[in-house]
Design a protein around this ligand. Structure first.
Ligand code: HEC
Length: 152
């Protein structure tokens, strides 16, 4: 039969040689680390948070593929204009967006959105507008069908 020998736990054995000063520094660093980590963990989120309505609006935006023809922050299709700041643009804003959703001129399709979808989409565009300003670039459509960036 083999005898099981108690193996001394090395840390405990070596603790004797660790000075009290080193242990207190270690404990101080450990507590600082924990306090710092927890403070980050429980920190209230900074910046703008999307409302639920705007979140649903983003889904409407995706469902009808508005991005296929419009850009947000310069990204998207180029058939229609950039809509990042359409809500605060002079002579545009909510009435224009509602009008385009109700009866858009070709080539923009007329989407028969429900009242609910319209409100969600409006909320999405409002919050997108409030998140910053994008400088939409102007493009000229060449006779070949290609686009060319217009210098400002
Ligand atoms: C097939 C391409 C296409 C799709 C898809 C499309 N649009 Fe458009 N949209 C256009 C074009 C082109 C114009 C410019 C029409 C004009 O000014 O005569 C436009 C204009 C607009 C305008 C007016 C913008 C301005 O600055 O004058 C708004 C608002 C708009 N679209 C919203 C939307 C929304 C919201 C969706 C998705 C539900 C959408 N569009 C989907 C092509 C599209």
């Amino acid at each position: 039969m083999t005898q099981v020998k108690a193996v001394p736990f090395p840390v405990i054995k070596e603790l004797k040689f660790v000075s009290l000063k080193k242990i207190s520094v270690f404990i101080f660093l450990l507590i600082s680390f924990l306090v710092f980590s927890l403070s980050i963990y429980f920190m209230p989120p900074s910046g703008q948070r999307r409302s639920v309505l705007a979140g649903q609006g983003r889904l409407v935006w995706q469902r009808y593929n508005c991005q296929g023809c419009h850009q947000l922050y310069g990204l998207g299709g180029y058939l229609g204009p950039d809509l990042s700041n359409v809500m605060s643009a002079p002579n545009k804003g909510e009435p224009l967006v509602r009008a385009f959703l109700r009866a858009a001129p070709p080539p923009m399709p007329v989407f028969r959105l429900t009242e609910e979808e319209t409100e969600q989409l409006i909320a999405f565009l409002k919050e997108t507008d409030a998140s910053g300003s994008a400088a939409p670039r102007d493009f000229t459509i060449l006779p070949t069908g290609m686009i060319k960036k217009t210098a400002r």
